[in-house]
Design a protein around this ligand. Structure first.
Ligand code: NAD
Length: 350
């Protein structure tokens, strides 16, 4: 066995009520002029974080939007400049954390993240910006959050449908990390445990949204899956979701949830060790079907058609997917891609 594993410097503060430690985290990093970021829908939470920070908060920017439109990034960068911020607190899901990363990318300002979904962006050096219908992504150490405060209490109000799709978004990171070209035994352990954690907790959350123990397990699983995303190179599934979000504006987590079983069915026959790990984690002999049925049973969308995609969009998706090479356990032909997209469009598994 040979592998290379590069650990990312990461400080995690985990546990119910850990938001209260935000001021100490800022202090520890020597940050005294923080701009707090959120989506419009999470403004109240951003205001609460600002209150906790007291004088160490110099302003709020609550216009974060999915896929980080360049115009929003520019407005947030200007707000940070005008406030004389020495760092940002991104409190919310991947959209808000993505905005913090966009600020860090051009200014180098450190970011503290307080994740409230299971998307996992806080664990990666990946940034994304969307302009003219194209989403551009890259990796840069400058955007890696300096401190991550995981407080499961903040996820208690995450609506069940968002919790489920966000959880499957996290599972998708682990699935692709298991067959990544730079997979390693330590990442595979995190991936398997992350999937196990989320698979066990999501049905409990669907039954009782505020189940504190399940929320804690799910967030721990999301952390592990996010760390997998940060440590490896993603393949076909993430490539397709990136196009579906960036060009067709499909909701990020739902697109991941619908597509994952079909990509798993395509890739797992070429990745036996990954398949074994997923069979153990999900306690099933049929990973793709299990993923499709579980998400559908928990109320997630079942097809790309439901998300608004049309067959006439396939040519553009295939052209973009084939324009740049990316890692994948199986070669991806145009025919295979069209067949996979057709199945996901119709939701043949569910
Ligand atoms: P999101 O951040 O857009 O959140 C979805 C919605 O849920 C928002 O309206 C938000 O305000 C709301 N919300 C979030 N937490 C809540 C809570 N606890 N209670 C109530 N409402 C809450 O969606 P997301 O799926 O977390 O993130 C998607 C974005 O993140 C995409 O742009 C995606 O590309 C990006 N992403 C990036 C990476 C990376 O490594 N760079 C990784 C994963 C996702």
């Amino acid at each position: 066995m040979t592998f290379i594993y590069e650990a990312l410097p990461m400080r995690v503060v985990f546990g119910p009520g850990s938001l209260r430690q935000l001021p100490q985290e800022a202090d520890r990093l020597g940050l005294h002029r923080l701009l707090v970021l959120s989506t419009p829908g999470q403004r109240a939470l951003a205001e609460h974080a600002a209150t906790l920070l007291g004088d160490a908060c110099v302003g709020l920017f609550t216009e974060a939007r999915m896929h980080v439109p360049v115009t929003v990034a520019e407005a947030a960068r200007a707000a940070a400049r005008e406030a004389g911020a020495d760092g940002c607190v991104a409190i919310g899901g991947g959209s808000t954390i993505g905005l913090g990363k966009a600020i860090a990318l051009t200014s180098g300002l450190p970011v503290i993240t307080v994740p409230t979904t299971y998307a996992g962006s806080e664990m990666t050096t990946v940034w994304g910006l969307t302009e003219n219908g194209r989403k551009h992504t890259g990796r840069d150490r400058a955007v890696l959050p300096r401190s991550v405060v995981y407080d499961p209490e903040l996820t208690a109000g995450l609506p069940v449908d968002v919790s489920v799709t966000s959880g499957f978004n996290a599972i998708a990171h682990a699935v692709e990390a298991l067959y990544a070209p730079d997979a390693s035994p330590i990442v595979s352990l995190m991936a398997e445990e992350g999937v196990r954690s989320l698979a066990a907790s999501l049905p409990l959350i669907a039954a009782c949204s505020g189940d504190a123990a399940a929320r804690t397990d799910a967030l721990r699983g999301a952390w592990l899956c996010g760390a997998c995303l940060g440590a490896t190179t993603m393949s076909l599934h993430h490539k397709l979701c990136h196009i579906l979000g960036g060009t067709f504006d499909l909701p990020h987590a739902s697109a991941h949830t619908v597509l994952l079983p079909y990509v798993a069915a395509f890739n797992l026959p070429a990745a036996p060790a990954a398949e074994q790990a997923l069979r153990r984690a999900l306690a099933t002999d049929d990973v793709p079907k299990h993923l499709a049925h579980t998400s559908a049973d928990l109320g997630a969308p079942r097809s790309l058609d439901e998300l608004g995609l049309r067959e006439s969009d396939f040519d553009e998706i295939i052209a973009q997917a084939q324009a740049q090479p990316y890692a994948n356990p199986r070669p991806v032909t145009e025919k295979a891609l069209r067949s996979l997209l057709t199945q996901a469009l119709e939701g043949t598994f569910a």
